[in-house]
Design a protein around this ligand. Structure first.
Ligand SMILES: [Zn+2]
Length: 236
């Protein structure tokens, strides 16, 4: 009778332990979140490369504009009729030529960058589908984990409420012994005798005298794993 009551307590403790393990193993989408972070960083790197090229192109355009304005100014000077000295005219024309050459060089550089901008932008965009997919995956995993967590918490609360009542029914010295074993044996303080005369937890073959004692409601333990043996007619 004593052992039967202790077994009932043990079943509650086992169930609580099981919930703890399940809660610890819940996948809240951590791996998916880490993957997402990595993808976003790669996308960011590709995008900043595109940004850099865009900035460079803008700079080239501004330089061209400055040169073009200068040319315009010199042209105006040339056709104003105020410059009459031939050497001066020649110098101004030479200056225009130099500026035009510079503009042409800048245009070439711009064209080369234009070829780069497409691939750079495409590289950033390439990450988008996987990012979206990973985001959805992380959210789905998180949702499922939250639901499972809720179920486990409710069951945990229910069992914890049952436990004091079940513990009260066990005689105190036996309860103390059980608790000590439980602490040393990873939370499991009791084991069933199987129909093959083995310990239900560690599988050790049990001597007949121990099985007999357990059958007589004596608190004896498995020699190997030190857990209290429980013998019931409905053997495992
Ligand atoms: Zn054992």
């Amino acid at each position: 009778m004593d052992l039967r009551r202790l077994w009932e307590l043990h079943e509650i403790d086992s169930a609580i332990l099981d919930i703890r393990h399940k809660a610890a193993a819940l996948d809240g989408g951590k791996a998916a979140m880490e993957k997402l972070k990595k993808l976003e960083a790669e996308q960011e790197a590709a995008n900043s490369e595109a940004k850099r090229i865009n900035g460079e192109m803008l700079d080239l355009e501004l330089q061209q504009k400055t040169h073009a304005e200068k040319i315009k100014k010199i042209d105006k000077e040339l056709y104003s009729g105020q410059v009459v000295n031939a050497k001066e005219v020649m110098n101004l024309e030479k200056e225009i030529e130099i500026l035009k050459r510079k503009i042409s060089e800048l245009e070439d550089q711009q064209l080369a960058l234009m070829d780069q901008i497409g691939p750079a932008e495409a590289k950033g965009k390439k990450f988008e589908p996987e990012i979206q997919q990973t985001k959805a995956e992380a959210a789905a995993k998180r949702k499922i984990a939250m639901e499972q967590k809720g179920v486990l918490e409710a069951e945990f609360a229910r069992l914890n409420k049952l436990r004091p009542e079940a513990a009260k029914k066990v005689n105190p010295p036996l309860l103390t012994r059980y608790e000590a074993i439980r602490q040393n044996q990873h939370g499991i303080g009791m084991t069933k005798v199987t129909k093959n005369s083995r310990c239900g937890v560690c599988g050790t073959l049990l001597p007949e005298r121990l099985i007999e004692a357990a059958r007589k409601d004596q608190a004896v333990t498995c020699e190997e794993c030190k857990r209290i043996l429980y013998y019931s007619e409905g053997l495992l």
